[in-house]
Design a protein around this ligand. Structure first.
Ligand code: ATP
Ligand code: MG
Length: 209
């Protein structure tokens, strides 16, 4: 089993949004459990609204992430995705130690970029491969990437940290899907949000090979 820890010490960066919208794709690729390691229980709240049973969301007790991932591994799931709280250093550290890859969602703003540095340095200290993904990206004027997204890429590359080619746009579909307990792919299969998740998951999967 491969484990993806979604970590960012900045609240509201898009950790839970990213987790729940890619988990269905991972589930179709061999089975996936979302490990909800955030006492706020955001992923679990989404799961409560959800009609479908999969992808499973399992709440992890504090200091108990390992127990959940070990069970998922024993039960034959190909992936676990750990959704983390922003401020609990012990949980973030435990999840990073268990992870094959650390995904750091970052909004393209100065404060978020600055906050990403401490998450990146934590992964580096633990010698874990990390990759940032730009979330909440505004649309570009001419169909390409917005200049703020390009600037954010440059900033992240200078830290340095790898940055996903995929970006997650600021899209109402992500929020609407959450409120109906669905994923972007289920909510609007042909939509841009769904497509972004497919591209991101493909890239992450490639990294964890
Ligand atoms: N790409 C997006 N497009 C539109 N809305 C988004 C997007 N990403 C996140 N949001 C909204 O922003 C808010 C914060 O997102 P989310 O809960 O995923 O962040 P988080 O990093 O998990 O926050 P926390 O640190 O509190 O756990 C939510 O209301 C979510 O619906
Ligand atoms: Mg969250």
């Amino acid at each position: 089993m491969q484990t993806l820890a979604i970590a960012s010490r900045k609240g509201g960066s898009g950790k839970t949004t990213t987790a729940v919208h890619i988990a269905g794709l991972a589930d179709a690729d061999g089975g996936c459990v979302i490990v909800d390691a955030d006492p706020q229980g955001s992923a679990s709240a989404w799961y409560e609204l959800r009609e479908a049973e999969r992808p499973y969301v399992v709440a992890a007790p504090q200091n108990g992430i390992r127990g959940v991932t070990e069970t998922a591994h024993a039960e034959g799931f190909a992936w676990s995705i750990i959704d983390l709280p922003p401020h609990n250093e012990a949980s973030i550290s435990e999840a990073m130690r268990l992870a094959d890859l650390v995904l750091i969602p970052v909004r393209p703003s100065l404060f978020d970029l600055r906050a990403a540095e401490s998450t990146i340095s934590m992964a580096r200290t633990l010698k874990k491969p990390a990759i940032a993904v730009i979330t909440g990206a505004p649309p570009g004027m001419t169909g390409g990437e917005a200049s703020i997204v390009k600037e954010a890429r440059g900033y992240l590359a200078s830290l340095p940290v790898d940055v996903c080619k995929a970006t997650i746009g600021q899209r109402a579909a992500f929020s609407h899907a959450l409120l109906s307990g669905s994923s972007a792919g289920e909510y609007e299969p042909e939509g841009k949000a769904a497509r972004e998740c497919v591209i991101l998951w493909r890239e992450l999967k490639e990294r964890m090979k």
